[in-house]
Design a protein around this ligand. Structure first.
Ligand code: PLP
Length: 372
């Protein structure tokens, strides 16, 4: 019996992630050169794993307070204060995805518009639809900068929120202080909430990495994660920092949805906070340099300064990025077409969170495709 008429309208606006198609393709390939993965190639540090195991063995398997373990909340509050000089409220979330969902549920009414730069992290479009809002992607091509004029031009009386993501997925761009100041000025002028996705904040390779939380603590919800930083994406850990009025409402909604972030993972995150990740940052700086050096003669791209992605333009003899990525996959290389992250299919995402050997093999194939 077909029960699809039982589905809510919102499901029709949400599509299965286009990245899944490429993961399925990868599962059918033997020994693919996989440059599509959006998570680090290193595993969780041993002491962090042990802390999780010990927490489970010690019976720390029950609900925690919805806001998070008090010790963890305190430590994160201190970290935010050290970095931004702000006394923010903290909510420990089930990954940054959990934080994004709660931030949108708490601030966006049906029909409200939410602005973000195009290209964007795939979830933004769908999460905004899920809460009944209207996503408004604003093109940031060709250099993926935050252009205040373009954002201002997209603002209407229904605009409620501005989402920014730095370092960004899929472009690897880190917003400059001037760009963040523009975002803050626009949010203040139009009374918008500023949702700042900072999941890659510990993976930056040069210069500054400003957060709007320091500049506009009254209206910024900063979302940070542990999955990418410590190689624990499956543990679903993140946190939201922001003004008590907004974080308090997110905590209320958390009580009835996720209830709390996973308890053993919260205990282990206390340990993770003591772990130095500078080796990973150094390692990924090297991989960033490697991939940029291998591509620079054949592709046009913005040199990434954070995260682990680069987003080159496809060679002009391909009709679109999907065709280019399919051609690469026929040669055993997996990269993701830009149309999955954007209203235009002209670029493709490479993840360099893999071995140097894999990066060399993959870039060799991509450069040969570009040379044809
Ligand atoms: C920009 C961005 N935000 C949020 C997420 C989701 O993070 P989490 O796994 O912590 O939910 C990702 C994951 O790829 C991401 O790239």
């Amino acid at each position: 019996m077909d029960v699809s008429n039982l589905l809510a309208d919102r499901t029709r606006k949400v599509e299965f992630s286009g990245i899944r198609k490429f993961f399925e393709m990868a599962s059918r390939m033997t020994d693919p050169c996989d440059l599509s993965i959006g998570l680090p190639d290193y595993d969780a540090p041993e002491p962090v794993k042990l802390a999780a195991i010990e927490a489970v063995r010690a019976g720390k398997n029950r609900y925690t307070p919805s806001a998070g373990l008090p010790d963890l909340v305190r430590r994160l509050g201190e970290e935010v204060h050290r970095a931004s000089g702000v006394d923010a409220s903290i909510l420990v979330t089930s990954g940054v995805s959990g934080g994004l969902t709660l931030a949108l549920l708490a601030t966006v009414n049906p029909g409200d518009e939410v602005l973000f730069l195009d290209p964007y992290f795939v979830s933004y479009l769908h999460l905004v639809h899920m809460v009944g809002g209207a996503p408004v992607p604003v093109s940031s091509y060709p250099d993926f900068r935050f252009r205040p004029e373009a954002i201002e031009a997209a603002i209407t009386p229904r605009t409620k929120a501005l989402m920014i993501n730095s370092p960004a997925n899929p472009t690897g761009r880190v917003l400059t202080s001037a760009e963040v100041q523009h975002a803050v000025a626009i949010a203040r002028k139009h009374n918008l909430v500023l949702i700042s996705d900072e999941i890659y904040d510990k993976l930056t390779y040069e210069g500054e990495n400003p957060s709007p939380l320091a500049l506009a603590p009254e209206r910024t919800i900063a979302l940070r994660g542990f999955g990418k930083t410590y190689g624990i994406t499956g543990w679903r850990m993140g946190y939201a920092a922001g003004p008590a009025s907004l974080i308090g409402e997110m905590t209320k909604l958390h009580q009835y949805t996720y209830v709390c972030a996973p308890s053993p993972a919260q205990f282990a995150t206390l340990k993770a906070l003591e772990t130095d990740v500078s080796d990973h940052r150094r390692d990924y700086t090297g991989k960033r340099d490697l991939v940029c050096g291998l591509l620079e003669d054949k592709f046009e791209f913005v040199r990434p300064t954070g995260g682990f992605y680069v987003f080159p333009r496809i060679p002009s003899h391909f009709p679109n990025a999907t065709a280019f990525c399919e051609a690469a996959s026929r040669q055993g290389v997996l990269v993701i077409p830009g149309g999955i992250f954007s209203s235009q299919d002209t670029h493709f995402r490479i993840s360099y969170a893999t071995t140097d050997d894999m990066i060399r093999r993959g870039c060799d194939v991509l450069c040969k495709l570009a040379a044809r």
